[in-house]
Design a protein around this ligand. Structure first.
Ligand code: NAD
Length: 434
């Protein structure tokens, strides 16, 4: 089949590359010339395991093309995917300006029947709006259908998630479009769920809001454990072994971040408010998460009353391991709190250093590795649970630290072991060792 994908970010590039790998002809369109030029030369704009191999292979065999020309994407494809960003607007809703720009290009260049598939996360009713815009603006009288096909991939495992999805949601009332979409997804061993377009649009927000709520829930249980005794990991195991609950997304930590949960939770609260409904649970999920991101530095302040001119090591900057994405990363709150308190920050992340530099500039020091970051500092704050931070040589850490203070935002170490090693050790939802 002939497809185009507008937006070559995490969703667009990975989906486009995977469809090409399955034998379809895919044109990826982006307004970012540097990104497109890079992709033509084998430079990936994001870090995702296995992505480069697939992109290189399919670019070489001609299944995958890259362009900055929207007209090319529209005219040379039968199915047009919209996979551009939908960041938060000033009121917490979704900013649809990039979607609008793509839709205008489709209307301007429509040259045959097209299926317009929205993969971007957009508020319920956006499909109607897209349909009306194309209908009003189209410059040639061709038919088209608008389908909602939300994306559920996770950064860090995006290629695998795309190739092996839990389900594919196809939201449309057009039988013709549904048939084509079924055929397009026939190589995936995943159940296909057919819904109306509104339901498909809501499914995406409901899924993210639910998962985010699970995280905030266990973080609140952790906060209770810290005050009452009890170990949140044992509590999580105890409740997670109930199949109705499941043990996924029950890891207490420093809060959620990334390109999706923060904006999608705010957006569904905002959509609800626009329709006169106060979505209290998800509103609280957001509030709890904001507070959770601050708990690590609050623990540090408990031990060190004055952080002025103190050097603090921050391990892990990306919002989760195996990605360089720093959008809404909890590390941003941690670093800001430290700098506001006058501390000097030495940071290290295995892949997000370049992204971090764009955000923090020269306000922090960038280290060569974890040990270089820890050297000559007063305390370590572990923010992102990269594998290499879960197996640190603790003797060496102890030797390099001026003070033996270790704040573990992801429960990577066992309190008893840290006690034996002589650390003052704080984690999340477990007894502090001090
Ligand atoms: P991204 O920011 O990584 O990429 C978006 C891309 O769109 C950028 O390369 C940008 O240059 C391009 N773009 C902007 N305007 C354009 C235009 N008019 N024409 C062509 N390209 C244009 O975004 P992302 O993380 O891939 O997310 C895309 C959508 O998918 C969002 O709605 C997001 O909520 C949703 N989503 C993201 C994830 C994720 O894990 N990142 C998962 C599921 C769903």
């Amino acid at each position: 089949m002939k497809l185009s994908v507008f937006g070559t970010g995490y969703v667009g590039l990975v989906s486009g590359a995977c469809f090409a790998e399955l034998g379809h002809e895919v044109i990826c369109v982006d307004i970012d010339e540097e990104k497109i030029e890079g992709l033509r030369n084998g430079v990936m704009p994001i870090y995702e395991d296995g992505l480069k191999e697939i992109v290189d292979r399919n670019y070489a065999n001609g299944n995958l093309k890259f362009t900055t020309l929207p007209a090319e994407g529209v005219t040379e494809s039968d199915i047009i995917f919209i996979a551009v960003g939908t960041p938060s607007d000033n009121e917490g809703g979704a900013d649809l300006s990039a979607v609008e720009a793509v839709v205008e290009s489709i209307a301007e260049n429509i040259n045959d029947y097209k299926i317009v598939v929205d993969k971007s996360t957009v508020p319920v009713g956006t499909g109607d709006w897209v349909e009306e815009m194309i209908e009003e603006q189209k410059e040639a009288d061709y038919e088209f259908d608008v389908v909602s096909c939300p994306e559920f991939l996770r950064e860090g495992t995006a290629v695998d998630d795309t190739m092996n999805p839990d389900r594919v949601v196809i939201g449309t009332e057009s039988e013709k479009a549904a048939e084509v979409m079924d055929e397009l997804h026939q190589d995936f061993e995943a159940p296909i769920l057919h819904t109306d377009r509104y339901s498909a649009e809501i499914i995406k927000y409901a899924a993210n809001a639910f998962l985010a709520t699970k995280i905030s829930f266990i973080n609140e249980i952790a906060n209770i454990c810290e005050r009452t005794g009890g170990n949140v990991q044992e509590v999580a195991k105890g409740i997670g072994s109930d199949h109705r609950i499941s043990d996924k997304f029950l890891r207490a930590g420093v809060g959620f971040g990334g390109a999706c949960f923060p904006k999608d939770t705010k957006a569904i609260v905002s959509t609800a408010a626009e329709h006169g409904y106060d979505f209290k649970i998800v509103d609280s999920t957001v509030e709890v998460n904001e507070a959770q991101k601050k708990t690590l530095v609050n623990k540090l302040r408990q031990e060190m009353s004055d952080l002025e001119d103190k050097k603090i090591a921050v391990l892990g900057l990306s919002f989760k391991p195996n990605t360089d994405d720093m959008r809404e990363a909890p590390s941003r709150t941690v670093v800001k709190q430290l700098l506001d308190d006058g501390a000097e920050v030495k940071a290290y992340d295995p892949v997000a250093m370049e992204e971090a530099e764009k955000i923090f500039g020269d306000s922090i020091e960038y280290s060569e590795d974890a040990y270089d970051a820890i050297d000559d500092t007063e305390a370590v704050i572990l923010v992102t649970e990269w594998d290499e931070f879960q197996n640190l040589d603790l003797d060496r850490v102890k030797e390099l630290l001026n003070n033996s203070l270790f704040i573990d935002g992801r429960n990577c170490y066992e309190p008893e072991k840290m006690k034996e090693q002589g650390f003052t050790y704080y984690s999340v939802g477990r007894k502090a060792i001090n």
